[in-house]
Structures are given as structure tokens and as C-alpha cells.
Write a protein that binds this ligand. Structure first.
Ligand code: OGA
Ligand code: MN
Length: 284
């Protein structure tokens, strides 16, 4: 008998049943999830409302936890763990944030195609996002497969990315959105890092086109030429027909591999409450 039951939702996304994430996992269950992640890259677990403790416990089975953008933008936190990202439009006092609030820029930045924490080393491996409160309309999350993106690269693009290295910077997407209110210290806190545009997954041997909005430059190209190439590649990787769109219900947990996918949130009315919590592992 297999440990997990997988029901495909898209070529690279599957719904998982037959497991209770609120309970401690056995080693073979952890291995089965990792194998399913290698194959699909996005796993959906329905009706698994996790407490903060349970979400942290679950995430730690898969590696050390990542702090991500909280390293740049510390400050007060609403959740019990610094390692849980508060993906919400709710302020520390529990009220919905006004449109001008810094949290809203964070929400909007998440609506650009990205791979979590690709702006740091180590980067993020798995993200595990749990839905606490969902708005009536919008607020879906979309995913695209960077392995398929590589496999389907037209020959001219394949030639242009060969051996190329991209520079990823944490504040690039913020600057794009006009969010420039960072001190010199904050700007330098997260140094840009480089990642090859073409990578090979050490677990599966598959090639990956590693792009996303944190990629800000291509080494050895002019800024303009590099950015245009990055935009062309991201457009190729995120073609509508191949995107998996997740419609959230309270208690859903979606787990994705940041080294082989990109994702983005979709628009919702910021005057409606949306609360998600994310735990993320570092790539080891
Ligand atoms: C994230 C993220 C998008 C969303 O949690 O990393 O990008 O839809 N979320 O909230
Ligand atoms: Mn994200």
C-alpha cells in the first residue's frame, strides 16, 4: 500500500490525501512527500488547518527554516515564530492594514512571479503556505514549472541562456513598485547573490530555467539587454495554459519547491481580510 494518495491537478501539481499533517510524521511519510515533490513540485493538502506549532513542526521535517525577507525588514511580528512569514494584510494590532501600510506593498510584491528567497544563499527549498482567512474574491496563488520551461525553450533562447548567470537582489521587486524607503543599512543587509540561469536538479537530474522577479541583472550583459532577456524568459516560463491556479479554502496547505517553480499571488480587495502563514526550508 502506498503511503500517500496523489490526485493530479496539473502536470506538476497534485492533491495529496491519506495523511494528517497535525500529527507527527514517520520517516517513510517524510520521504514519500519528498518523492512526490520531486515529481510534482506543488502539492496541495486540503482540510488541514494547522496551528502555528503544528506548521513549524511539519516544516522542520524537511530542513532548517528560512527567515527570508524578515532579515531585511525586521520589526514587530504578529506570529509566535520569526520563521513563520505573516502573508496577510493584517497589522500587528489585528486590524486590516491601510492601503499605504508597508504590509500592502509586500502583498503586491508577492503578485509578481518569483521564487521565495532566491535573493539569498542558501535560497529557499520548500515553502508551505497555510490558509487561515481567505477573501471572497481573488487572492488565488498561481504556479509555473521551471523544469518544463527549460524543456520547452526555443533554440534561440536556449542558446542565449547557455552558461549565463543572473544576479538576484531582494529589493529589486520593491524598487520596481516604487517602494524605495529603505535605509542604506537595509539596502546592504542582503547582498545580491548569483544563480546560473540553467540548473540541474540534484535529486531528479532535470534541467531548470531558474528565473523570477528577484533576478535583476545578467552578468556580462548590459542592464537593459539582461533585463529584457530575463523578461522574455519569465514570459516563456509562465504561459497561461501551463499555470496551475490554486483557489484557496481555509485549512488548505500548499507546499511548493522554490528551486523548480515560480509563483505569484493574484489581486484581491485589500479591504477584505486575507491571512496566510508560510514556513520555508532552506536548501541544503
Ligand atoms: C508566498 C507568496 C502569494 C500569495 O507566500 O511566498 O508569494 O498568494 N504568496 O499569498
Ligand atoms: Mn512567495
Amino acid at each position: 500500500m502506498s503511503i500517500l494518495t496523489l490526485h493530479p491537478l496539473a502536470p506538476f501539481a497534485a492533491e495529496v490525501s491519506g495523511i494528517d499533517l497535525t500529527q507527527p510524521l514517520a520517516a517513510d511519510q517524510v520521504k514519500a512527500i519528498e518523492r512526490a515533490m520531486d515529481e510534482h513540485a506543488v502539492l496541495v493538502f486540503r482540510k488541514q488547518p494547522l496551528t502555528q506549532d503544528q506548521q513549524i513542526t511539519f516544516a522542520k521535517y524537511f530542513g532548517p527554516l528560512d527567515l527570508g525577507f524578515r532579515r531585511v525588514r525586521g520589526g514587530p511580528h504578529r506570529l509566535d515564530y520569526a520563521e513563520l512569514a505573516d502573508i496577510s494584510n493584517v497589522k500587528v494590532d489585528g486590524q486590516i492594514a491601510e492601503r499605504e501600510h508597508a504590509k500592502i506593498v509586500g502583498n503586491i510584491a508577492n503578485q509578481l512571479w518569483h521564487s521565495d528567497s532566491s535573493f539569498q544563499k542558501p535560497r529557499a527549498k520548500y515553502s508551505m503556505l497555510s490558509a487561515v482567512t481567505v477573501p471572497q474574491h481573488g487572492g488565488q496563488t498561481e504556479y509555473a514549472d521551471l523544469r518544463l520551461a527549460y524543456d520547452t525553450l526555443p533554440p534561440d533562447l536556449q542558446q542565449r541562456v547557455q552558461g549565463r548567470v543572473a544576479v538576484h537582489y531582494a529589493l529589486h521587486s520593491r524598487f520596481m513598485l516604487g517602494d524605495t524607503h529603505y535605509t542604506e543599512e537595509q539596502r546592504q543587509m542582503i547582498e545580491p547573490v548569483t544563480w546560473p540561469l540553467v540548473q540541474t536538479d540534484p535529486r531528479t537530474g532535470r534541467h531548470i530555467l531558474f528565473v523570477g522577479v528577484h533576478a535583476a541583472e545578467v552578468e556580462g550583459m548590459t542592464l537593459a539587454e539582461g533585463r529584457m532577456l530575463l523578461m522574455d524568459l519569465l514570459e516563456h516560463a509562465t504561459q497561461r495554459e501551463r499555470v496551475y491556479r490554486h483557489e484557496w479554502q481555509v485549512g488548505d496547505l500548499v507546499m511548493w519547491d522554490n528551486t523548480s517553480t515560480v509563483h505569484r499571488g493574484r489581486h484581491y480587495d485589500f479591504s477584505e481580510r486575507r491571512e496566510m502563514r508560510r514556513a520555508t526550508t532552506e536548501e541544503v
